[in-house]
Design a protein around this ligand. Structure first.
Ligand SMILES: NC(=O)c1ccc[n+]([C@@H]2O[C@H](COP(=O)([O-])OP(=O)(O)OC[C@H]3O[C@@H](n4cnc5c(N)ncnc54)[C@H](O)[C@@H]3O)[C@@H](O)[C@H]2O)c1
Ligand SMILES: O=C(O)C(=O)C[C@@H](O)[C@H](O)[C@H](O)COP(=O)(O)O
Ligand SMILES: [Zn+2]
Length: 360
């Protein structure tokens, strides 16, 4: 099985190759322009996939690697500097290609290093988690966290190609698979109720790592994202829909300490909070709210945020990148599959949602 999609952007178009199992080096080699390749990975993924990839590229390229510590807490400027140091120490020039081998943390950091080193060099995404295959490797959002806010420093910088190999998901811990499923469910909730029907029917196969079902889910999600990115690469409008659940979710990640709640877990609980507010506004029904919780539970995801003081949550929300003229803008659901970006909600209703979480 091999599927190709294309992402159309202002800078260039690029393919997403989805395979059930492949020789990674062979797939990415045609997209490497110069002779130098710097693979960026972490201590976990290094042990699983680095040696084969590097060996496969060595005949044709000068291959170097930099291995970062594993975790969201290392998505910081300090470790971007580690990537710059490796590039400088190895005398990399402007035609170096960076290869992100790992999940969304490695993808976001490698992309940001590529966007900024020598004012911009090529990079390739090899996402190895479900979350990174369905979301973070596509669309060119790159960056790092600030102690007071998620992904606060970064750049839009598109990869030359994305290679999603379903085989890499066979080594993924179940908690990480679930975290990725949160972003999968997100697409259904914002874009397509029939995809939610499909997910409900196929959740057991997906959670059981059925490669055919996973490839279908990855392809559908990448197509939804590619369509949005082609229309609105820099989030001037419609792209903000992809942030459904994230204003709430980023509050959880920042407040609890990066890495305590996985991004997907925080987004899951955040999507329930956004759905609760949508329900309070008279949009989605109680039955739809329950359906959303049920599909998240079937993917072993949390539906309750941790206990956070309402004022602290509101203050953290002010750092959200969608805030305009001091007004928080949220993605809410008119119904399942129909999302809107709005600042037009009663502040009291938002406070009720934030205050209603059950303490741990
Ligand atoms: N740029 C975007 O558009 C975008 C979209 C969504 C999320 N993100 C970002 O992505 C990050 C989350 O990504 P993630 O969920 O992939 O987390 P992650 O990168 O931390 O990876 C999750 C864990 O799985 C391990 N791992 C990776 N591949 C593996 C494999 N094949 N087998 C076994 N273990 C493996 C990693 O070492 C890590 O411990 C967050 O920082 C989030 O902000 C960015
Ligand atoms: O690609 C996008 O656009 C998204 O919003 C995808 C999100 O899943 C992702 O977590 C993104 O990094 C959040 O963006 P941010 O701009 O709120 O940091
Ligand atoms: Zn996300």
């Amino acid at each position: 099985m091999k599927a190709n999609l294309v992402v159309h952007t202002q800078s260039h178009d690029y393919p997403i190759i989805i395979t059930s199992q492949c020789d990674m080096a062979k797939e990415i080699a045609p997209y490497i322009k110069g002779k130098q390749v710097m693979i960026v990975t972490n201590t976990t993924v290094e042990k699983l996939y680095l040696a084969d990839l590097a060996a496969g590229l060595e005949e044709d390229f000068e291959v170097m690697s930099v291995v970062l510590p594993d975790g969201e807490q290392y998505k910081t400027q300090q470790y971007i500097d580690t990537i710059y140091d490796a590039l400088m120490d190895n005398h990399c020039s402007r035609d170096v290609t960076l290869v992100a081998l790992g999940g969304g943390v490695i993808g976001d950091m490698t992309g940001f290093a590529a966007a900024s080193f020598m004012r911009g060099v090529n990079f390739i995404q090899i996402p190895t988690t479900l979350l990174s295959q369905v979301d973070s490797s596509v669309g060119g959002k790159t960056g790092i966290n600030h102690p007071k806010g998620k992904n606060m420093i970064g750049a839009f910088w598109q990869p030359q190609m994305v290679l999603a190999d379903m085989h890499t998901l066979t080594t993924l811990p179940q908690r990480e698979l679930s975290a990725g499923m949160a972003e999968v469910i997100k697409y259904a909730l914002i874009m397509d109720e029939t995809f939610l029907d499909w997910l409900e029917d196929n959740m057991a196969a997906l959670m059981g790592l059925d490669k055919v079902a996973l490839a279908e889910a990855v392809a559908r999600c990448c197509q939804y994202k590619a369509d949005i990115v082609a229309q609105d690469e820099r989030e001037a409008g419609k792209r903000a829909l992809l942030n459904f659940g994230h204003t709430f979710g980023h509050v959880i990640e920042t407040h609890e300490g990066y890495g305590q709640w996985l991004h997907g877990e925080a987004v899951a609980a955040g999507m329930v909070q956004a759905a609760q507010l949508s329900h309070k506004m008279g949009w989605i029904s109680e039955a739809q709210l329950q359906r959303i919780c049920a599909v998240l539970i079937s993917a072993k995801l949390p539906t309750q945020p941790p206990s956070i003081d309402t004022q602290i949550a509101l203050d953290l929300m002010q750092h959200d990148k969608k805030v305009k003229s001091g007004q928080v803008r949220l993605i809410l659901l008119k119904s399942v599959g129909d999302a809107v970006v709005t600042a037009d909600f009663e502040p009291k209703l938002l406070e009720e949602v934030l205050a209603s979480c059950v303490p741990n």
